[in-house]
Ligand binder design. Sequence first.
Ligand SMILES: Nc1ncnc2c1ncn2[C@@H]1O[C@H](COP(=O)(O)OP(=O)(O)OP(=O)(O)O)[C@@H](O)[C@H]1O
Length: 254
Amino acid sequence: MSPDTEKACSVVLEDVSVSFSGNPGTKVLDNISLQIREGEFVALVGKSGCGKTTILNLLAGLIEPKQGNIRIHGKEAAEGREHIGYMFARDCLFPWRRAQKNVEMPLEAKGVPAEERRARARRELKRVGLGNFADYYPKSLSHGMRQRVAIARTWVLDPDILLMDEPFAALDAQTRLTLERDFLKQWAERASTVIFVTHDLPEAIALADRVIVLGKGKIIYDDKMPFGWPRDPETVLADPRFGKVFAEIRDLLG
Ligand SMILES: Nc1ncnc2c1ncn2[C@@H]1O[C@H](COP(=O)(O)OP(=O)(O)OP(=O)(O)O)[C@@H](O)[C@H]1O
């Protein structure tokens, strides 16, 4: 790959394999190669245990590949991953900290001065529709609101790459749709690269530019979705092209 092409990629995985010490004979990821362009929204789907979270953990530097090379923004991963945000399925808020203080946490860890921290956290809470809830403790917020706080906490560092591990999985259908819509709006305003793990195939197809399916440690499907932007997830589900893509991937997943 030319250096210019590589720079236009947020993430490049080359022949990456991962196995874990408890089961060294089994490759969770088996010689995977993958390029993700800057600003792309990629959904990773596949059966439970197929290695989706392992890819996020590799990119976040929480685990190292057994073999292969990872490059982020054209640099060695350790250098390139400075501005990565990682959001989990559970909101993981600290119950003893108010919403505002939860959002400030990553800024505290980076040593950002208190006044700037407060201003940035307030701005993010406002953007996720919780401007009036900054002083609430997590226990006084609904599940959807807590997940919004977690989204604000992920955005507050202005990540250029956002890793999301089933962020909306535990929400009821209506709250989920609202958060998906809001998230797409935020993403369009910021143009971060998003790598989004989900078990939910319709969600993957409705939200992402591109869907990658993992099976038995390999990539078994990788294609662009035929829907343009801006897009509404609910409208995509009603699009005749949705059914075709859904059936194709569902058949691969068995
Ligand atoms: N730190 C670890 N030590 C040992 N085995 C691990 C570790 N992390 C993951 N695994 C194993 O690697 C495999 C892939 O796990 P991973 O969490 O990436 O799957 P997943 O596709 O995200 O699954 P799910 O959809 O259920 O979250 C699983 O068999 C899991 O048990």
